[in-house]
Design a protein. Sequence first.
Length: 218
Amino acid sequence: MGFGEYVVARHQQLFADALQHVSAVFQCMVIATVVGVAIALATYRSAWAGNLAIMSTATVLTIPSLALIGLLIPLVGLGVPPTVIALVLYGLLPVVRNAVVGLRGVDPALVDAAKGIGMSPAARLARVELPLAWPPILTGIRVSTQMLMGIAAIAAYASGPGLGNEIFRGIASLGSANALNQVLAGTLGIVVLALLFDAAYVLLGRLTVSGGIRGREH
């Protein structure tokens, strides 16, 4: 059976796996973004605290994804829990690092001007600092998402959701007629989803970053 024939014959299963993959990555990125930005907000004003936050989240990336998932299985079992924990942990570094850099890069004169017109600290954060730091934060989210698209495939080792199951089934049946088709379908599916995610982030950036901020970046 050719690859095209395989995709047509298995399109329903491939579509279901793709939806699970997208759902897992999207939900974990939402959690990683919220946690990562919160960590950055708590630490960016202090040089040592911000650097510690970046170093701590960077340490997670030194752990091979298969090893981390394997370590989580005895603690939380198979399926969704180890997938979510692993993806959130791996997604933190780019978000934390870019949020810290973005918040530290806000022009102090703009913050002082906001103070001068009577803005509260919360209002300054919401209306001045976070909007100006949003472009680098969004870049961190894009980088994290691309990483997690591939790492999510490893979650199939722990019976996690997504296109990784197609890849692992192909690897487990090497030598069979459809083994290569399974690996190729899972891999190409992840690549296509990653490109679609990135296009969505580009659009989101155009919709949420004002022209003035984009001009200052250039």
